[in-house]
Design a protein around this ligand. Structure first.
Ligand code: C2E
Ligand code: MG
Ligand code: MG
Ligand code: MG
Length: 293
């Protein structure tokens, strides 16, 4: 594409930007068929108690096994799916898959069964991400109820993650479906907390029960000694969250130093490469066993 640079001169636009735009276009148009062909899959990343490292659940993270580009992470296609609205059927698929997986974990546990690797099965909770478009979609509550009822998973075993930025300035109309889900027993988590500049006092108005502290805070804990101001900020957020009876999960824990700092600061639960990277569902029970010893 050429753009006018004044007078009669024309300059070529940034060729790399053009290439990216072409790729983006290609991915966007391929999305619906990819969903039909079953090219999406889910990886599960363990959620652990910071106190003793035991696994209590997992976050479902969607990936696209693209026939030409290989495995693509959500950052490559979720924004495109958001833009075209495909996120609604894709999100429904993720929810159904993830809830089905959690139901399987619960079944194995209640039968006193073994995980695929011979470790004792446990009823793990499941976290599923919701995008802003899904939040605005009128079918959200009905779809979620439908998925839960078909699977037989207890609503209390499901946690829906909504980003802080999606809820900034949210009016009662937007909060109502979340409120309904929360009343059914579904947990709502505020994802990537601390990046959205929301009014802290606003938190009490939201039907959330979990704060997921953004990875940027965790990165701050890596410096040794950590910046005392960073520590104070996290300490403040944790004490505010606890006074509102919210649990605090920290994202992106990559080292033991971070885990220890965050535990001392009063954070409740964690997720990160230090414990486990996202992976296939059958790995979860192996981790549970290792931690239970
Ligand atoms: P998120 O919900 O904040 O998920 C956490 C992201 O941090 C994941 O990236 C995860 O792989 C990554 N992560 C976890 N531990 C560590 C760590 O220790 N270090 C580092 N550097 N990264 C870590 P991923 O899988 O690329 O997902 C990116 C985002 O895509 C997610 O951020 C979420 O907002 C979105 N997403 C993923 N799956 C879905 C989905 O099914 N639906 C929707 N709407 N969004 C999704
Ligand atoms: Mg999330
Ligand atoms: Mg997050
Ligand atoms: Mg994040």
């Amino acid at each position: 594409r050429a753009k006018s640079a004044g007078g009669n001169r024309f300059e070529l636009a940034d060729p790399e930007a053009d290439a990216r735009a072409i790729t983006r276009h290609g991915l966007t148009t391929a999305l619906p068929a990819a969903l039909e062909r079953g090219e999406f899959f889910i990886e599960y990343q363990p959620l652990v108690h910071l106190g003793d490292g035991t696994v209590y659940g997992a976050e479902a993270l969607v990936r696209w096994s693209h026939p030409q580009h290989g495995v693509l992470g959500p950052d490559h296609f979720i924004p495109l799916a958001e833009h075209t609205g495909l996120i609604v059927p894709l999100g429904r698929w993720v929810l159904q898959e993830a809830v089905g997986q959690a139901r399987f974990w619960h079944e194995q546990a209640s039968l006193g069964g073994q995980g695929e690797h011979g470790a004792a099965a446990r009823p793990l909770r499941i976290n599923v991400n919701l995008s802003p478009t899904q939040l605005h979609h009128p079918g959200l509550v009905a779809d979620t109820v439908d998925v839960l009822e078909r699977s037989g998973l207890a609503p209390g075993a499901l946690c829906l993650e909504v980003t802080e930025s999606a809820l900034i300035g949210a009016d009662e109309d937007l909060l109502k479906p979340l409120r309904q889900l929360a009343e059914m027993g579904v947990d709502i988590a505020l994802d990537d907390f601390g990046t959205g500049y929301s009014n802290l006092a606003n938190l009490r108005r939201l039907p959330v029960s979990v704060l997921k502290l953004d990875r940027s805070f965790t990165q701050g804990m890596q410096r040794h000694p950590a910046d005392p101001v960073d520590l104070k900020i996290v300490e403040g957020i944790v004490s505010l969250a606890h006074s509102l009876e919210l649990a605090v999960t920290v994202e992106g824990v990559e080292t033991g130093v971070q885990a220890e700092q965050l535990r001392e600061l009063g954070c409740d639960t964690a997720q990160g490469w230090y414990y486990a990277r996202p992976g296939p569902p059958d790995r979860l029970h192996t981790l549970s066993l290792a931690d239970a010893v």
